[in-house]
Design a protein around this ligand. Sequence first.
Ligand code: ZN
Ligand code: ZN
Length: 361
Amino acid sequence: MDYFGRQRRLAEALRRLRADALLVTHLPNVTYLCGFTGSAGVLLLPAAERAKSIFITDGRYTQQAADEVKHARVVIAKGAAIVEACKRADRSRFATLAFESDHLSFALAKHVSSQLRGKIRLKPASGLVEELRLIKDRDELDRIRASVKLATSLFDRALKQARPGAPESAVAGDMEFEARRLGAEKMSFDTIVASGQRSALPHGRASGSPIPSSGFIIFDWGVILAGYCSDMTRTVHVGPVSTSHRSMYQAVHEAQLASIEAVRPGVEVSEVDRAGRDVLKKAGYASYFTHSTGHGVGLEIHEAPRLAQGQRQQLTPGMVVTVEPGIYVPEEGGVRIEDMVLVTETGHEILTTLSKDLITL
Ligand code: ZN
Ligand code: ZN
């Protein structure tokens, strides 16, 4: 991983912001910048060229920090890491310290401010590291592909387990056990297995309810492998498919393809949303599509950009996004289809390889 290059680009951004350093407190951002994957630690990243970053954690992570942290001096604090960071900022005579205002709680920001005793000006900075994280480099793409591949391999197993009468939670649990057996750190989020009327819940986590003998089942799942998330959804049908269920599935399938077709460099993310939404509108389902079309995926399951109405962000090569339109008809059922898509120089590449033909069980 190019930690040095990432830190250098961030330092440039800090100089443009006229800040002397950034206090990085959001752990995925800490991981992105120096490789540390533990659950407590902050990075103090100076803006000056050739100044070295300081990573501060506590005694529980002495060994892990020594093993993982790259391009930063490791300091093991006796007290809170953030207090030590303030002391170091003072010692470095920083005049302006930027902090991650999207992530630092009001209480902690007040604490930092009191530690600095007015000697250093605090500057709220939003999305600085996230801006870099938008574009995945080759190492990240390798990991994302591996994460997608592992998650993809779980679906066959899910289909074998999903039978009328089987509890949704048993099917989800089996996928999760298999994911761990294959080396995943954990799931990217609680696996969704939502069957029958429950498929009309956009975020219907697997419940103890048995799968009914007819209707849709939505599976939405993903794993974290080597730090990187995957996220995919498939909808299958149990029992004979009615005309209305077939038309629901077909509409979502066509909407999803239309949105994916719109993915290419220079296109605004709202265009990708609109392409799919137009298809659902024509099919008469617009009011049942109640969420946005997708989101970025990487170190976190939901990151920028957000593919939604009104969002002006332009797609750029190296972005990895989900495309996941869905419709949810109360007391009837729902359909969602989700792929992960990489924006390439010439258009896009669909990373999820699972078929989208309607499977009936
Ligand atoms: Zn999903
Ligand atoms: Zn998603």
